[in-house]
Design a protein around this ligand. Structure first.
Ligand code: ADP
Ligand SMILES: Cc1cn([C@H]2C[C@H](O)[C@@H](COP(=O)(O)O)O2)c(=O)[nH]c1=O
Length: 221
């Protein structure tokens, strides 16, 4: 029996690295797989890890149809044992439904990887559908840490290190370290920072915590 697996965690916790390892290990045992991604930082049709590894991947846009694509491949005599699906938070609900049908009707294992919530702590629709349908949901064991040392649980979007709460849901970017607000620079550096829930709610990033350290700790709001 094939399974639909969802591996999740915050940004920067090792998901793409694990996706590359899963593909490597299954391929090493003679299994035939397809690798998919969406909006990877390294560019279109690439699955990349911050460790520097990357592989070519099939880009999943909103119009991509997993079921039609897979049936076409199989009809042409191709063999497929598994899918590795990175950045699955960006997939549509229909695409996740197609993946579950592929598991059930074509006995293809699916390993999906993605973050759960956006910069406003709202579930991505693709991630929510995976939570609803997956046979197994795994939280990655490598934990990214908040600047305070606690386990990071949420993803903040920042401009020059200061947390923002307005904007488009999809903004491709990376976690930024050691940012300090610089009023002299016109172009703000947009990035992400992983935070514990308490500091996400307080909108307190490493940069603003550093600034606040100069004044007595105000009561939590
Ligand atoms: N220079 C490094 N040395 C060791 N590990 C690193 C280094 N740079 C990044 N990493 C590891 O890579 C992880 C991020 O990997 P990645 O697969 O890109 O994460 P995700 O896909 O979840 O954003 C970090 O949590 C860290 O453990
Ligand atoms: C929180 C959040 C993230 N994103 C983007 C930023 C990155 O390009 C990816 C996550 O990649 P990672 O491999 O897990 O680091 O998602 C976004 O578009 N919107 C958000 O709210």
């Amino acid at each position: 029996m094939a399974d639909l697996n969802f591996y999740t965690g915050t940004m920067d916790c090792g998901k793409s690295t694990l996706a590359l390892q899963v593909d490597h290990n299954h391929r090493a045992r003679g299994r035939v797989g397809l690798v998919f991604t969406s909006h990877d930082r390294a560019g279109k049709s690439t699955l990349s890890s911050r460790l520097g590894l990357s592989v070519e991947a099939i880009e999943v846009g909103d119009e991509f149809h997993f079921w039609h694509y897979t049936v076409d491949q199989l009809t042409q005599g191709g063999r497929i044992d598994y899918f590795v699906c990175d950045e699955a938070q960006f997939y549509t609900v229909d695409q996740i439904d197609q993946l579950s049908k592929i598991v059930d009707e074509l006995s293809i294992d699916v390993f999906a990887f993605g973050i759960l919530t956006d910069f406003r702590t709202q579930l991505f629709s693709g991630s929510a559908r995976l939570i609803e349908l997956a046979d197994r949901v795994h939280t990655l064991q490598v934990e990214a840490l908040c600047w305070c040392g606690e386990r990071a649980t949420h993803n903040a979007r920042t401009e020059d290190g200061v947390m923002v709460i307005e904007g488009e849901v999809i903004v491709v970017g990376d976690v930024e370290h050691d940012l300090t607000p610089d009023s002299d620079v016109v172009e703000k550096v947009v990035g992400y920072e992983v935070l514990c829930r308490r500091h996400h709610r307080r909108r307190m990033t490493a940069a603003t915590a550093n600034a606040a350290a100069m004044s007595p700790d105000v009561l939590p709001f």
